[in-house]
Design a protein around this ligand. Structure first.
Ligand code: CP
Length: 304
């Protein structure tokens, strides 16, 4: 039984197969509309979500399956003190596969160790968000035709942003991907990402604070929200929250071929005036999230 807890749980070759399947699904979703007839997906969300939970649910429904689950810890027996381990043992009796989001880093891994069904990490604290990474990889591949030979700027909260950690973990495995890490010094990537992932893989990277200076060299700009829920102090969050605002003037500094991605939700970091720019790809990215999660469900259930 295979789980998806980290983006590294799939080899580059397995990822290629999954992304190829997601592409095929995007071209003709109807072809897949009965692949999961009779199967059930449980969505166990101990933290808020719009895209991840609902795109998982849409994915399973598109495949002909059914969904069950909860959307907050308060509406589950976690509120009475039930452990993740006990919960997953029970859910294994009700569903064929589950997607779990939890504020504690490593909670989906604990669940997987006790689970009778495949567990998908749908975001664990400030740690990893592997299915967002699958979405990001599909978006870059579909827009540019490749996952090799480009410069990506990751901008905003690189300390707490789990989507950034997962994406860096994954992109270091492709050829000639250069990283420009754009953040205030307080929100730089954690040491383990800099040392154990970027440096350990001999990735070319620089850490800068100024977005305008970085813009002309980027092929992909990956904007992120400042993660209010992970800050210890509200004052510190307020000081950081509008550090970067991508607007039309900054977009004029970028290549005509540069794409803007964002895992969403956005707060203020991308002005709505950018939404009409043909290089703004973040809503298309959300659509790709459904196709790639359909491919993931099929793959983990052995139905591909
Ligand atoms: N991108 C993402 O994880 O969005 P949600 O928090 O809405 O699921």
């Amino acid at each position: 039984m295979k789980h998806l807890l980290s983006p590294l749980d799939f080899s580059v070759e397995e990822l290629d197969e999954l992304l190829e399947l997601a592409r095929d699904i995007s071209k003709d979703p109807k072809k897949y509309s009965h692949v999961c007839d009779g199967k059930k997906l449980a969505t166990l969300f101990y933290e808020p979500s719009t895209r991840t939970r609902l795109s998982f649910e849409a994915a399973m429904l598109n495949l002909g399956g059914s969904v069950l689950g909860f959307s907050s810890a308060d509406s589950s027996s976690a509120a009475k003190g039930e452990s993740v381990s006990d919960t997953i043992r029970v859910i294994s009796c009700y569903a064929d596969i589950c997607a779990m989001r939890h504020p504690k880093e490593g909670a989906p891994m604990v669940a997987a160790s006790k689970s009778g069904i495949p567990v998908i990490n749908a975001g664990d604290g400030g740690h990893q968000h592997p299915t967002q990474t699958l979405t990001d990889l599909m978006t870059i591949r579909e827009l540019t035709g490749s996952l090799d030979n480009f410069t990506v700027g990751l901008c905003g909260d690189l300390k707490f942003g789990r989507t950034v950690h997962s994406l860096i973990n994954s992109l270091v495995r492709y050829k000639n991907v250069k990283f420009v890490l754009i953040s205030p010094k307080e929100l730089r990537v954690p040491d383990y990402i800099r040392d154990d992932v970027l440096s350990a893989n001999n990735a070319e990277f620089e850490e800068v604070e100024n977005l305008e200076d970085a813009m002309p060299k980027l092929d992909i700009l990956y904007m992120t929200r400042v993660q209010r829920e992970r800050f210890f102090s509200e004052d510190e969050y307020l000081r950081m929250k509008d550090f970067y605002i991508l607007d039309k003037a900054k977009m004029e500094l970028a290549k005509e071929s540069m794409y803007v991605l964002h895992p969403l939700p956005r707060v203020n970091e991308i002005s709505v005036e950018v939404d009409d720019d043909p290089r703004a790809a973040y809503f298309k990215q959300a659509q790709y999230g459904v196709y790639v999660r359909m491919a993931l469900i099929m793959t983990l259930l052995g139905l591909n």
